[in-house]
Design a protein around this ligand. Sequence first.
Ligand SMILES: [Zn+2]
Length: 104
Amino acid sequence: MPTDVFLNREGWTVEHVDDPATRVSEYGEHSEFRNHKDGVAIKPENVILINEDLPGPDRLEMEIHEMLHVLDWDRPEDQIHARAEELAAALWRLGWRPRKRVRQ
Ligand SMILES: [Zn+2]
C-alpha cells in the first residue's frame, strides 16, 4: 500500500513493489532517478519504490537510503550509502521494525 510522506517539504509517495528496477521504465525520459536494484527515488514524480521482499534490516536501510537521496539529491552515492547503513543499524538496535504487510 503506498504511503505518503513529506521530504524536503514536498509530498512523496513510498511504495513497496515486486521489482523496482523494472518499474523505473514506466517513468518518462525527463525523470531523474537515484536507482538501485532494490530501491529507487524518482522526480519530479516524487515517488520512492522499495523492493517488497527485502528482509527487515535491509528494507529499513533501503528506505532510509532513498529518503536521504531525496533530502540531499546531489550528495555522492558512497556518502548516502554509508549514512543509511549506520542509521539503519542504529535504529534497528533501538528496536524499530517494519510494519507487517498483508499480502493480497
Ligand atoms: Zn543510492
